[in-house]
Design a protein around this ligand. Structure first.
Ligand code: NAP
Ligand code: G4F
Length: 333
């Protein structure tokens, strides 16, 4: 019989890749959408017609219970969150409510409705924050540097707690940054590739950014959702770091993206202190050795190919939308 999965955060980057992956494995897939008329619901439904959408909000316990009762999933993937670190400084309490307490709401709904449901929590390398060792692995202590990181650390611990207290098959995937053409425009990689493509097409002249020295371990989202699924297929629940093992600076990302378009990033980038954070995570690099050994997981797309994939996709989208020709005719004499 086909297995059933319920994904929170279905309208986000990872939600759509995970839904496609699970459908390809023969799952029936349900996605939780919030709001009374969420425009992103229509977008994801167009992209993935076989997906079944159901209303619910990580703020609202009864809606989570109702979603579990309607979808009757074998597996729940909790990807829903306020996921933008910069926003978490401005909405610290809301971030705690959704990114942190939201995890407990889902876990407790599962405990009440059917504790045999397997649960995946989308934990984050942001929990390592001011890192205690390099590279970071499953045993590295946490030192979050943002309300988002603190909320994710709570989500991680409560997941482990429900596993140990109630024998639930609950796992925490500690994922390092992963990107794609579907990445939100607010994150630095997509902000760079989209603006670089606009500059190439003559639609923009400058790109304003914050800290160019920050280093991240960037991988491809399509590779990382495979790891989420693998974690829930193990006989024993456990936690895993998922990472590429390479660290690159924002500056290096800029050089790769602009360089691919034959541009010099130094001619266009302006450092703007509005994009600096009250506390920064300077450098992240993960050790995914346990995932390789136990899950047999490994990434397929490396840093250079990821940057090119994102730049090319943004160029294609902008060109297809007619933005470039509209700008040319608007500026014609
Ligand atoms: P994303 O694109 O920002 O998506 C976040 C999702 O959460 C959206 O679908 C959003 O729905 C949903 N959401 C927000 N508030 C909600 C609420 N109150 N109730 C229900 N859903 C709500 O994030 P992503 O990059 O796909 O990441 C997926 C998960 O992995 C997140 O938990 C993120 O924190 C975590 N993570 C991401 C990375 C990464 O590098 N991408 C790394 C480590 C961990 P709306 O459309 O309604 O806003
Ligand atoms: O792309 P970012 O906003 O991602 P960040 O903060 O690393 O968080 C992402 O990865 C986490 C995993 O480690 C996830 F848990 C989280 O949900 C999210 O997906 O920023 C990356 C770096 C930061 O150091 C930031 O200060 O880029 C730096 N940066 C410099 N200028 C900028 C900008 N970031 C953004 N978003 N916008 C800028 O203009």
């Amino acid at each position: 019989m086909a297995r059933t999965a319920l994904i929170t955060g279905i309208t986000g980057q990872d939600g759509s890749y995970l839904a496609e992956h699970l459908l390809a494995q023969g799952y029936e897939v349900w996605g939780l959408v919030r709001g009374q008329n969420n425009p992103r619901a229509a977008t994801v439904q167009r992209l993935i017609p076989d997906l079944r959408l159901i209303e619910g909000d990580l703020h609202d316990q009864s809606s989570l219970i109702a979603a579990l009762e309607a979808a009757r999933p074998d597996e729940v993937y909790n990807l829903g969150a306020i996921s933008f670190v910069a926003l978490s400084f401005k909405q610290a309490i809301n971030t705690g409510e959704i990114t942190g307490l939201g995890v407990t709401r889902v876990l407790d709904a599962i405990r009440v409705v059917n504790p045999r449901i397997r649960f995946y929590q989308a934990s984050s390398s942001e929990m390592f924050g001011k890192v205690r060792e390099t590279p970071q692995n499953e045993l590295t202590p946490f030192h979050p540097r943002s309300p988002y990181g603190a909320a994710k650390a709570y989500g991680h611990h409560i997941t482990v707690n429900y596993r140990e207290s109630y024998g639930m098959h609950a796992v925490s995937g500690i994922l390092f940054n992963h990107e794609s053409p579907r990445r939100g425009m607010e994150f630095v990689t997509r902000k760079i590739t989209h603006t670089a493509a606009r500059i190439k097409l003559g639609l923009e002249r400058e790109l304003r950014l914050g800290n160019l020295d920050a280093r991240r371990d960037w991988g491809y989202a399509g590779d990382y959702v495979r790891a989420m699924h693998l974690m829930l297929q193990q006989s024993e629940p456990d936690d895993y770091v998922i990472a590429s093992g390479e660290s690159h600076s924002v500056r290096e990302f800029l050089a790769a993206a602009f360089g691919h378009l034959g541009l010099r990033w130094e001619d266009h980038v302006v450092v703007d202190e509005r994009f600096l954070r009250p506390a920064e995570v300077d450098v992240l690099v993960g050790d995914a050795g346990k995932a390789r050994r136990v899950l047999g997981w490994q990434p397929g797309v490396g840093f250079a190919d990821l940057v090119v994939m994102m730049v090319e996709s943004d160029l294609r989208e902008l060109t297809a939308s007619g933005a470039a020709s509209a700008s040319a005719s608007a500026s014609a004499p």
